[in-house]
Each structure stands twice: as structure tokens, then as C-alpha cells.
Design a protein around this ligand. Structure first.
Ligand code: URA
Length: 430
């Protein structure tokens, strides 16, 4: 078999066979296919797409390029959730303990943030003492003991994805539905859960900019998961404005805790209740979605979810006695409205980039994070704003940040007329 023939076949719009797909992934990982040929192939996929069968085969080939995690020694149904990434997205930190408090098993491998999107691991590591470096045995024991563990990836999972993603990043081929779907699903399948809930974000701060693209990506991922015998559901949710009010590591941890204490932002609370209901229903904990949703609300109201969150933080070495002393910055700067109006939009991408420049995120993998800095929105889309009222608070440790303040101010678009709130959940694809 020759790579040139595979490239030409895809370039001309034909479907590849299983042998061809496994050949190109295995030989690429073995460094027998040069980057220039793989780049050309990725560009052919970008333009020609792949059939559902090819997408499943590509996922299978990437999945088998490395180790997989065997969670069979965990009793009960293991649930996992994956977000395609966003700004202020602290969903996992709320949802994990929430569904664990209802009896589902959460064995979650998470990632770090890069660019404008934050990562769950960085947020968790902002809690003093908390470690995400669990051996696979400790990880499994902790899930059996308390129902939840969140760790960084230690095993050599999906090495083909790491190589392909780095190449896609520099060859203009990230935005391809079969490539995104196989990248995400190979990692989810390698992590071993029985139920996978996907949170596909759309809007300025997300990979997918339109509902049509998000629907297609969701459909392909659900189809791949089902072809591997997993229960998969995809939520298409809004990421045109940040989720909740906070962006920044410790600020997001604080908001995640407040949400399980029952006084979190409305959008985040709705999202975790809805997604959580699907997770526990799929884990056969409650027979209907209605009952599952009510159960999620009950877990929050009774503080059981909050207690589970504290148990989880303690189990991973974290101490978080006093939320009031948790965050400490040199200054908190208010950004105020120059005129009255209604918030029409808050560009999530710009807010994410501004938070990164403050030090809350990384431009490159080597950058150090300042856990305390970030942005707290005081207004969200649809809110009325008076002249001189605060739009956002900026938690800062840097010397001069005028350009960042302007970027945050410019991210808010105000309208003279009342603005309708956008839906938070656009669609659920099962
Ligand atoms: N997230 C992934 O893990 N892979 C992609 O290709 C895009 C987003």
C-alpha cells in the first residue's frame, strides 16, 4: 500500500477502506509517513469529508494507536462528559460531583487549557494541595470509594491524536467535522466509560460557529459512539457569551462551588441540571428524564452534591476552608458602561483572550498561569445597564493593562432596545 494512492483516492472524493485507514494511522505513528504527505491527506479530508463508516474506522484506528483504560473494576455504570471547549466553562467541576452524589460513577480524564479556552485541570490545580496526578490504580480506587475522580492523562492514550492534532493546528485542518469527531471520540472511547455526554458549544467562543455545523458534528460523534456500543448523547449549547459570570481559574472554582451550594448563575445551574439528568437516566439511576431532573435539583437543594464536591476535593489532597480568602489580587478594576442600554452580546472569544492576557491562560504550552486573576461579568446578554453601571470586574496582578481593559469593554455590545435572551440549549441529539 502507498500513501500517495490513499491521498489521491481521498482527493478524488472516494471512501477509504479499513485497511487503508489503519495503514495511514499506524504508519504515521511509526514515522513511516512524512508530515507533508499526512498534511496533504488531512487537507483532502477537509475538502472531501468522510462517510460515517470512514469516520468510525478513523476513530478505531486512532483509538488503537495507544493504550486504553479498563474501568471494569469499577462497580456500576461509568459516565463521562466532554465539552468541545469554551470560555468560563466550569461544567465538569459542577457536574462531576452532582451526578456522583446521585450514584453515577465519574472516572474523568481532563485536559489543560490553551489559548482562549480554560482547562479543567488548571482550574482544579488552583485549589491549594489538590493533585491531578493519580496513578491508574488510585484513580480507580477513588471512584470505587467516593464515586468520582478527575485526573490528568498518565497512560499513553491515543498517541495518533496528539500527532495529528499538532499537525492540523499548523496546516489549517482543525475545522473538519470527521477529524474533530474522530479526535474527540477516540479519546472518550480510550477512557473507558459506558455513557458519554457531549457538550458541543456554538458561538464566538467555540469551534463550531453555526447550528448546522454543530448538528452535523454531534450526529457524527453520536453515530461513532453507538457503533462502539456506548450510550451517547450530544447537547448543542450556547458559547456566544461566557458561561456563568466568571472567567479565570480560582474565580471559576468559587462559582462552581457556589452553584452546588444552590446559589450559582442561572445558565450554569440549568446546564448541569439538564446534562446531569441525561447522565443519571442513562446510568439507569432514575427511570425517566423528568425524575432524573428532579433528582438533580434535589441533590443541589439537600447540599448532597456540595458535600460530594468537598469530599472529592479532599480526596485529591485539596484544602478549601474559606472561600472568602481563596482569591487574592493586587487590584480589582471596574469596567463601567458609558451609556445606558441593554446588553446585546458579550463576545466570549474576546473575553477569553483578555483573561488569557491577564495571566489566567496560556498562549503557549510553556506559559505559567496566575490562578487568582480573571474577569467577573456583572451583566449578561439581555440585562439592562444604567450609565456608569459596572459591566465587569477585572481581577488583576499585572502592571499596565489598558489594552486588556479596552478589549473587555469592546466585547460588550449594548443596544438601545430590549434584547431577548438566547437559548442556552439549542438541541439534544440522541
Ligand atoms: N477537541 C479535540 O479534542 N479535538 C479536536 O479536533 C477539536 C477539539
Amino acid at each position: 500500500m502507498r500513501m500517495i494512492d490513499i491521498i489521491e483516492k481521498k482527493r478524488d472524493g472516494h471512501a477509504l477502506s479499513k485497511e487503508e485507514i489503519f495503514f495511514l494511522i499506524n504508519e504515521y505513528v511509526a514515522q513511516q509517513i512524512p508530515d507533508y504527505q499526512m498534511s496533504s491527506f488531512l487537507m483532502a479530508v477537509y475538502f472531501q469529508g468522510m462517510t460515517d463508516e470512514e469516520s468510525s474506522l478513523l476513530t478505531e484506528a486512532i483509538l488503537h494507536s495507544g493504550e486504553t483504560i479498563d474501568l471494569s473494576s469499577i462497580d456500576g455504570i461509568k459516565v463521562d462528559k466532554h465539552s468541545t471547549g469554551g470560555v468560563g466553562d466550569k461544567t465538569t467541576i459542577v457536574l462531576g460531583p452532582l451526578v456522583a452524589s446521585a450514584g453515577a460513577k465519574v472516572a474523568k480524564l481532563s485536559g489543560r487549557g490553551l489559548g482562549h479556552t480554560g482547562g479543567t485541570l488548571d482550574k482544579l490545580e488552583s485549589i491549594p494541595g489538590l493533585s491531578i496526578n493519580l496513578s491508574i490504580n488510585d484513580f480507580i480506587d477513588q471512584v470505587n470509594d467516593i464515586g468520582i475522580a478527575v485526573a490528568g492523562q498518565t497512560a499513553n492514550l491515543t498517541p495518533a491524536d496528539k500527532l495529528l492534532y499538532a499537525l492540523r493546528d499548523v496546516t489549517g485542518t482543525v475545522q473538519s467535522i470527521p477529524l474533530i469527531a474522530s479526535s474527540i471520540m477516540s479519546k472518550k472511547l480510550a477512557s473507558g466509560s459506558d455513557v458519554i455526554v457531549l457538550d458541543v458549544k456554538i458561538g464566538a467562543g467555540a469551534f463550531m460557529k453555526t447550528l448546522e455545523d454543530a448538528e452535523e458534528l454531534s450526529r457524527v460523534m453520536v453515530n461513532i459512539g453507538q457503533s462502539f456500543g456506548k450510550k451517547v448523547v450530544a447537547f448543542i449549547t450556547d458559547m456566544s457569551q461566557p458561561l456563568g459570570f466568571t472567567v479565570g481559574n480560582k474565580l471559576e472554582i468559587k462559582e462552581a462551588i457556589e452553584t452546588l451550594e444552590g446559589h450559582g448563575p442561572e445558565d450554569l445551574t440549568t446546564l448541569v441540571t439538564e446534562i446531569g439528568a441525561y447522565m443519571i437516566h442513562s446510568a439507569n439511576i432514575k427511570p425517566t428524564l423528568e425524575e432524573s431532573k428532579a433528582y438533580m435539583q434535589e441533590m443541589i437543594a439537600s447540599k448532597k452534591a456540595y458535600q460530594k464536591q468537598m469530599e472529592f476535593i479532599r480526596a485529591q489532597g485539596g484544602t478549601l476552608d474559606d472561600l472568602d480568602d481563596f482569591i487574592s489580587v493586587k487590584e480589582i478594576i471596574e469596567i463601567t458602561a458609558e451609556e445606558e442600554g441593554y446588553v446585546e452580546s458579550i463576545n466570549a472569544l474576546e473575553i477569553g483572550l483578555a483573561a488569557m492576557k491577564l495571566g489566567a491562560g496560556r498562549k503557549t504550552k510553556e506559559d505559567e498561569i496566575d490562578y487568582d486573576v480573571g474577569i467577573v461579568l456583572n451583566k449578561k446578554v439581555g440585562d439592562k445597564v444604567a450609565k456608569d453601571e459596572v459591566l465587569a470586574y477585572v481581577y488583576n496582578n499585572l502592571k499596565s493593562i489598558d489594552d486588556i481593559l479596552t478589549q473587555i469593554y469592546d466585547a460588550f455590545i449594548l443596544s438601545k432596545k430590549p434584547v431577548e435572551k438566547q437559548p442556552l440549549i439549542y438541541k439534544i441529539i440522541t
